[in-house]
Design a protein around this ligand. Structure first.
Ligand code: GLU
Length: 478
């Protein structure tokens, strides 16, 4: 999954260009766009940690792109390639994503330059705790202003370490749990957060396929059943997206691309088995449930209905965009399609469901977790038994009035009070649907805009401009 290719602009510049394009398309004020594009702060820290008897110095960033709503929110990435440009680009995407999904947060992102596979769990804990301390002491980590979450190379485990570090520094903060999201469920997390981004990818695709006139734009038809899908990256996002699409929508995952190559099976791969094999062997080579192809980049160009890039940014770029054969691209990763590739693909009529919509599931459920932490109560605690009782009364009333006994499965469905996971999934589904309704509405109102990404950016920019205007920072939004 190399991204060593020639591109005329950086990731950050590419994101800015997308803002410019949307600004122009919607006739918004270019000065407003200038203000929106600018990051409000970038913190760079270097800190020494004692590892294996020696001292190693680590470099990390926290970029705050917007603070019109607080806290500023975004993932914390642990990867060797992390740099300031990438962190800033990703923090800008967080602002647009939150605005589009109606999540009342600003946009931020963090990164630590590290290859986590080179360190033991104890060492990683030590390094993470140091990084969290650096952020907290400088005011870049707390429930009110900057709240990280899992991203590439981090998971609930790192979030638990960060929360623990914050708590030891600020034991008097009654909202300390809310300083980070994506925590383990028994440490202030919320059910459904780990699966959330992948689940959101599935829900976005389900929503897209509910609208035949939209589906026709990609030249596809009907629903997701039997659709041939290629997934790049079987990390948290790719795995959950592929698993749900295969198990619940009967889509066929015909190829999975990983670091060491790809596995292909026209009959559909068993996603769970591939993930298991990957965890045990560190790669997909040798997996018996499919044929192995060493050149993953070639498989990205394979004929399929839907391509889900769920790995790194800039995987579809100026040099391979011409060869992509998928009809529809659902962006599970952040920024998987470069600005130049986006232009090429649009010219070729390939439909892209943009990252700011498709992968908004993670931050959406982070919002639920943060709210839950501030309320100090799990969702549904007050209503669940009451709903159950009301369901029982409905069922009994129906039975009495019709003099018929209700089939027990139907009765069980009616009387069931929602679990917290039910509520989280319902809220996530609603968010994904509402965002696509806004995108479609924007396309209808602006016939000169032809693609979903520009429409999504127009919505986000308008919302950001409106709140900057409310603060007296920019002219009125037309
Ligand atoms: N890392 C995720 C993203 O890029 C989630 C961020 C969050 O939950 O704050 O959207």
């Amino acid at each position: 999954m190399s991204n060593l290719h020639r591109e005329s602009m950086s990731f950050r510049e590419g994101v800015d260009r997308m803002v410019d394009r949307a600004t122009l398309a919607a006739g918004l004020d270019p000065n407003t766009a200038q203000i929106i594009k600018a990051s409000s702060a970038v913190l760079q820290v270097r800190f020494p940690v004692r590892v294996r008897g020696g001292i190693e110095v680590f470099t990390g960033w926290w970029s705050v792109h917007s603070t019109h709503r607080l806290p500023a929110k975004g993932g914390l990435r642990f990867a060797p390639h992390v740099n300031q440009d990438e962190t800033e680009a990703l923090s800008a995407l967080m602002s647009y994503k939150c605005a589009l999904a109606d999540i009342p947060f600003g946009g931020a992102k963090g990164g630590l330059m590290i290859d986590p596979s080179r360190y033991s769990v104890d060492e990683l804990r030590e390094i993470t705790r140091h990084f969290a301390q650096e952020l907290a002491r400088r005011g870049f980590l707390d429930p009110a202003t900057n709240v990280p979450a899992p991203d590439m190379g981090t998971s609930a485990r790192e979030m638990a370490w960060i929360a623990d570090t914050y708590k030891s520094l600020y034991p008097e903060d009654v909202n300390q749990d809310a300083c980070v999201t994506g925590k383990p469920v028994n440490r202030g997390g919320i059910p459904g957060r780990t699966e959330a981004t992948g689940k959101g990818v599935q829900l976005a695709l389900q929503e897209y396929f509910r609208h035949p006139e939209e589906v026709a734009k990609s030249g596809l038809n009907d629903g997701l059943t039997g659709k041939r899908i290629v997934v790049q990256g079987l990390g948290n996002v790719g795995y959950h997206a592929a698993k749900f699409l295969a198990e619940e929508d009967q889509a066929r995952i015909v190829a999975i691309i990983e670091r060491d190559g790809a596995v292909i099976n026209e009959a559909g791969l068993n996603v769970h088995d591939v993930r298991q094999y990957l965890a045990e062997h560190g790669g997909v080579k040798g997996f018996s449930g499919g044929s192995y192809q060493e050149h993953g980049s070639k498989v990205l160009e394979m004929d399929c209905d839907i391509l889900i890039p769920a790995a790194l940014e800039s995987q579809i770029h100026a040099e391979n965009a011409m060869h992509i054969q998928a009809r529809l691209i659902a962006e599970g990763a952040n920024g998987p399609v470069t600005y130049e590739a986006d232009e090429i693909l649009r010219r070729r009529g390939v439909v892209m469901l943009p990252d700011v919509w498709v992968n908004a599931g993670g931050v959406t459920v982070s919002y639920f977790e943060w709210t839950r932490n501030l309320s100090h109560m799990r969702f549904g605690r007050l209503q669940r038994r009451f709903d159950e009782l009301r369901g029982q009364n409905y069922a009994s009333a129906l039975e009495q009035m019709t003099d018929t006994e209700m089939p027990s499965r139907l009765r069980a469905e009616i009387v069931r009070g929602a679990s917290e996971l039910d509520l989280v999934r319902s809220g996530l589904d609603d968010t994904m649907r509402a965002a696509f309704a806004d995108i479609r509405d924007t396309l209808k109102r602006n016939p000169e805009i032809q693609d979903y990404r520009t429409a999504a950016y127009v919505i986000a920019i308008r919302k950001l401009a409106q709140s900057y205007h409310d603060l007296g920072l920019v002219e009125a939004v037309d």
